[in-house]
Write a protein that binds this ligand. Structure first.
Ligand SMILES: *Cc1c(COP(=O)(O)O)cnc(C)c1O
Length: 388
């Protein structure tokens, strides 16, 4: 064993940075069971409340009977099932791209896309607050890694103009996971077209939630959906879609290139086909159940309303990610712990995940939350604010 491991772990512990897992005994839902106790959870990405939906469970049983459980091989050997293939077609159609490709996870999709599209002679231009998987992908690609301040298009344009890289790849979250704000997609696309760059857009938190019929951030009214050939769209299927996995949708040549050279696609076992079968049901519900997105909007409005007079302020977000800015890490942790004692789960997000002095409670809302759930949270926060 490396003798310094124990030392490092102790140091982490002393700084209050050691992470522990909690064991969830119930299915994922607005109320979950941990250590036999019921908690009202504002901490999952199950935005539409589909993770435990009876129709999805039913589809899982049907899918298991039809396809078995394990895929048995990678997609390029003989693991590419009819279930995967059908889902890819449906996803391409749903998002309005010529072709889509399934990946096992969003993390793997980002790694695969970025490393397949750029290399040593190329440059990546990335928003500073992008998801860690995009940053890891950029480092692994060996392309020049240029980061611009959050949403700062002026700086982005300067850097694009100054670059003489062979290929230019702009990378951005569509909805930023710790802020809940939305990237200026239309302007990003315009810049990419102007500078012959591709835009990798990570819509992990927008797919299913935002845009017409939940088709994602590209279908928001103000993103003025232009069918740009410069977009490489990535979305995950384990968040709003309630299942597991991810996909990339883009022009045919981009997808074919990924099939040839995205290593996180090629060198791994395909996901159980039954999951793709379940996702077909999930997509139907995403498309049909407008009431889920309406419930989310209602919950967001109720939360904002209930926290109006609080000294801690919600960051300006119109998405289900509603961060409450507290400032000091110790204070954020204290509030999170007090809430937990009352049976309410809201994670405290601290540096280095967010900048110093910007510690926050990351409130994630779901369509499955009832108004009384939101009220319980806002009342608890208002009471905690009084004695701090
Ligand atoms: C969750 C997330 C991912 C990773 O997706 P997984 O399917 O969980 O691996 C990638 N990007 C963003 C912005 C995410 O929030």
């Amino acid at each position: 064993m490396f003798p310094d491991l124990a030392e490092q772990l102790r140091a982490r512990e002393q700084q209050g940075l050691r992470r522990f897992r909690q064991v969830v005994e119930s299915p994922q839902a607005s109320h979950i069971t941990i250590d036999g106790r019921d908690y009202l959870a504002f901490s999952s990405n199950d935005y539409l409340g589909l993770a435990n939906h009876p129709d999805l469970i039913q589809s899982a049983c049907v899918g298991a009977k039809q396809y078995g459980v394990g895929a048995g091989a990678s997609h390029l050997i003989n693991g590419h099932s009819a279930a995967h293939h059908i889902l890819e077609d449906v996803l391409a159609q749903f998002t309005g791209f010529p072709k889509a490709l399934l990946f096992s996870t969003g993390y793997m999709a980002n790694i695969g896309v970025v490393t397949a599209l750029v290399g040593r002679e190329d440059a990546i231009f990335a928003d500073k607050l992008n998801h860690v998987s995009l940053n890891d992908a950029a480092l692994l690609s060996r392309a020049k890694f240029i980061r611009f301040p959050h949403l700062d298009l002026t700086t982005l344009e300067q850097r694009l103009a100054a670059s003489n890289a062979r290929r230019k790849l702009v990378i951005s979250d569509a909805v930023f996971s710790m802020e809940g704000d939305i990237a200026p997609i239309k302007q990003l696309i315009a810049l990419c077209e102007k500078y012959h760059a591709l835009l990798v857009l990570d819509d992990a938190h927008g797919f299913g939630v935002l845009g017409e019929k939940g088709r994602g951030s590209l279908f928001l009214p103000d993103s003025d959906y232009v069918h740009s050939p410069n977009i490489v769209y990535m979305a995950t299927l384990g968040k709003a879609a309630g299942v597991f996995g991810a996909f990339v949708a883009a022009q045919v040549d981009v997808i074919e290139t990924l099939i040839q050279s995205a290593r996180s696609y090629i060198y791994t076992t395909a996901t159980p086909p039954l999951l793709s079968h379940v996702l077909l049901t999930s997509l139907k519900l995403i498309e049909q159940d407008e009431w889920r997105r309406d419930a989310l909007l209602r919950n967001i409005a109720q939360l904002k309303n209930g926290l109006q007079s609080l000294s801690w302020k919600l960051l300006p977000s119109t998405t289900p990610i509603q961060p409450l800015l507290v400032g000091e890490s110790t204070e954020a942790v204290r509030i999170s712990e007090r809430l937990r004692e009352q049976g309410i789960l809201v994670p405290a997000i601290r540096p280095p995940t967010v900048p110093q002095g910007m510690a926050r409670l990351r409130i994630s809302l779901s369509a499955a939350h009832q108004l009384r759930d939101i009220r319980r949270l806002t009342q608890a926060l208002n009471e905690l604010a009084l004695d701090s």
